[in-house]
Ligand binder design. Structure first.
Ligand SMILES: [Mg+2]
Length: 234
């Protein structure tokens, strides 16, 4: 089974977009997939543009939203902070049970974090800990802009320190405009600094709802390289 934990170098760098593309690629191979956003904050329950609804749709739409997104919090904050302000506490047992149901009988499961890898879910566990517990390999989504080198190296180092395997980094284009000097040089620099971890450039999607186009772009970007069977950790 392919088990992926998608994290980002920051919030708003394209985790959900890249996750939906990865799910589509997996489904195009005929695999049974499920997707999860364990905790989503700052959205209304029925918002079709929420991360969880987008993931649910990209995975095929079969799984109940209560499993795809067991916890929803009103304020757009880190889960631990949002829950503390709401006078509650994140129940990790609820997340574990939902994950187990989603993973049951699937060929691949993808979990999208919230914000970055060290965002606290509770006082004691961040997304790196959840990914370790659920035996997920990490895909890092990095926003291609000035600062990406530092943020990406920090994220990969934190993942490795947690004992996680990093399948690769997706350097995501954040606008359709012609890249500036930082955007144009980040790929080569990160590839060199992170080798042998693969770093892939993912372009701005002109037609995000066009299935054929999206799969073509994914193939050209080499996303398949992130979706092989799990190899044992060294
Ligand atoms: Mg997202």
């Amino acid at each position: 089974m392919i088990r992926l934990g998608v994290t980002g170098t920051d919030t708003g760098v394209g985790k959900t977009l890249v996750s939906t593309v990865l799910l589509r690629v997996l489904r195009s191979r005929g695999l049974r997939v499920s997707a999860m956003k364990p905790v989503e904050t700052g959205v209304k329950p029925d918002d079709p543009a929420s991360d969880a609804r987008r993931l649910q749709a990209a995975a095929g739409g079969d799984d109940p939203i209560e499993d795809v997104r067991p916890l929803l919090m009103a304020e757009p904050l880190a889960p631990w902070v949002a829950s503390a302000r709401a006078g509650t506490e994140v129940d990790l047992g609820v997340l574990d049970a939902a994950f187990a149901r989603l993973a049951q009988g699937r060929d691949a499961v993808l979990v999208e974090g919230a914000g970055g890898l060290l965002v606290p879910v509770t006082r004691d566990i961040a997304f790196d800990g959840l990914f370790v517990q659920w035996e997920l390999d990490v895909v890092v989504v990095a926003g291609n802009r000035l600062g990406a080198i530092n943020h990406t190296l920090l994220t990969v180092r934190a993942a490795h320190d947690a004992g996680l395997r990093v399948r690769g980094v997706v350097l995501n284009s954040l606008s359709p405009e012609t890249p500036g000097i930082a955007e144009a040089t980040n790929l080569e620099a990160l590839s060199d600094l992170l080798a042998p971890v693969p770093v892939l450039a993912f372009p701005w999607l002109r037609k995000p709802d066009d299935e054929v186009y999206v799969l073509d772009v994914a193939r050209e970007a080499g996303l398949d390289a992130l979706l092989g069977d799990r190899t044992p950790r060294p």
